[in-house]
Design a protein around this ligand. Structure first.
Ligand SMILES: NC(=O)c1ccc[n+]([C@@H]2O[C@H](COP(=O)([O-])OP(=O)(O)OC[C@H]3O[C@@H](n4cnc5c(N)ncnc54)[C@H](OP(=O)(O)O)[C@@H]3O)[C@@H](O)[C@H]2O)c1
Length: 323
């Protein structure tokens, strides 16, 4: 089968289209014929070595397609069978076939295509867990979402609105600001034109936000902390500009701020949590509260181009790979 993999860490040039044997599912795994693979920032952290992985490594962590085979010990209560349309977290989704742990395989309802399934699962669940588990957003709260036109940011805005928050978003350009407004932002600050901290403090009468959601990492860390109100939560969940090194525990005392640095996978270790949050997400998609915004579709051979576009701030919404 064809895959895109890397045998050494580095830039997107280390990604190679290769032929490898089609895998067989282990007893508790499911073999999926992949139709779409989602592109995520984490793919670039693994490729560059920021998050070390065993090599060679097939890139991509998110697939949607059709079940081709099941391991002998897949729990019957999951009700998975050959031919089912599913979305899944898998290691190595940029491939014609991928094996996934059965506990992370989910039926796609008829209203969700495999294209949208590969687009919504990882970023949608990230946003949902950040808004429900990292800081439980309550109606009437004001939250800040950095990169509000991006994949995860777009989900945070939409779900934040659905949960009753007032959402302030940031973007680099006016074109992206339009996307952020379409996502539902109440206010958008274009950070290349205005000082975000100053604007947020004006909008919140000097108090700051109940929660600040930032995947930007080091470039905005200090401002993110300053924009979190007393007893609020600074949720830092990514390293788009590099990992944070500057914020120290003592810095939190100024406003008794809670600092959390979660990963999606650690919220959803158990099948029950994965299914509960996924059902919640898919229900929001079904009622139209969350719209899947696909910013680009690439061929398997162009995975590197997709990853480059993502890290160079050229994208809005979600990028997918058509297998
Ligand atoms: N913790 C978790 O479990 C988890 C799960 C999923 C994603 N994440 C994190 O969420 C963040 C967003 O991921 P995504 O896949 O949804 O990407 P994305 O938000 O679609 O793309 C990144 C956006 O960040 C903004 N940005 C600002 N400074 C940047 C810089 N120096 N380099 C690159 N981008 C910069 C850009 O928007 P502007 O042009 O508007 O600035 C860019 O479009 C990443 O940090 C990722 O690691 C974490």
């Amino acid at each position: 089968m064809k895959v895109v993999q890397f045998a050494e860490t580095g830039g997107s040039d280390v990604l190679k289209l290769a032929d490898v044997p089609k895998p067989s599912p282990k007893p508790t795994e499911v073999l999926i014929k992949v139709e779409y693979s989602g592109v995520n920032f984490i793919d670039t952290y693994r490729r560059t070595g920021l998050y070390p992985v065993p090599l060679p490594c097939i890139t991509g962590l998110e697939a949607a397609g059709v079940i081709e085979a099941l391991g002998a010990e897949v729990a019957p209560e999951y009700k998975l069978k050959v031919g089912d349309r599913v979305g899944a977290w898998v290691q190595g989704s940029a491939a014609e076939y991928a094996v996934a742990a059965a506990k992370y395989v989910l039926h796609l309802p008829s209203h969700v295509s495999t294209r949208d399934g590969a687009a919504v699962l990882l970023q949608g669940l990230t946003a949902l867990t950040l808004l429900r588990d990292a800081h439980e957003v309550k109606p009437g709260e004001t939250i800040l979402v950095q990169a509000a036109a991006g994949g995860t940011g777009g989900m945070l805005v939409q779900i934040g609105k659905a949960l009753g928050a007032t959402v302030i978003g940031t973007t680099s350009t006016e074109a992206k600001a339009e996307t952020a407004r379409a996502n539902g932002c109440d206010h958008v600050i274009i950070y290349k034109e205005k000082d975000v901290e100053e604007e947020v403090m004006k909008m919140t009468e000097g108090k700051g936000c109940h929660a600040v959601y930032s995947g930007i990492g080091k470039a905005t860390a200090e401002a993110d902390l300053n924009m979190t109100r007393r007893k609020g939560t600074f949720v830092t969940f990514g390293n788009s500009s590099g990992a944070i090194e500057s914020v120290k525990p003592l810095d939190l005392a100024k406003n008794n701020v809670k600092l959390v640095r979660p990963t999606l996978f650690n919220y959803l270790i158990e099948r029950e949590d994965f299914v509960t949050r996924s059902s919640e997400l898919l229900a929001l998609v079904e009622k139209g509260a969350v719209k899947v915004n696909i910013g680009g579709e690439y061929a398997l051979a162009d995975v590197g181009k997709a990853q480059d576009a993502l890290v160079s701030q050229k994208t809005v919404g979600k990028l997918v790979i058509k297998i």
